[in-house]
Write a protein of this length. Structure first.
Length: 85
């Protein structure tokens, strides 16, 4: 999974392809906004695989601090480490 393996472990192209197949199976229409999001995900996928394939979002202290501020502060205090500013 992306959370454990970094961006290089996830194939966004396959995910988008499977999503489109599923939509066609159920004759569902795709909102324009969803198409634009899918395109952006494909761009992000391409660049992160080349520039940061081993990056793991779950080990980034800045992300953790901003998404889970109280939990991150408690864990840092328990470990005796300082969180990044």
């Amino acid at each position: 999974t992306m959370l454990a393996d970094g961006f290089g472990g996830v194939d966004i192209g396959a995910l988008v392809t499977e999503s489109v197949k599923m939509l066609k199976t159920y004759n569902a229409s795709v909102p324009r906004e969803l198409v634009l999001i899918a395109k952006q995900l494909l761009y992000i996928d391409r660049y992160t695989k080349h520039l940061a394939a081993d990056y793991s979002i779950t080990s980034d202290p800045f992300i953790i601090k901003n998404v889970f501020p109280e939990e991150a502060a408690k864990k840092a205090a328990d470990l005796g480490v300082a969180m990044p500013i």
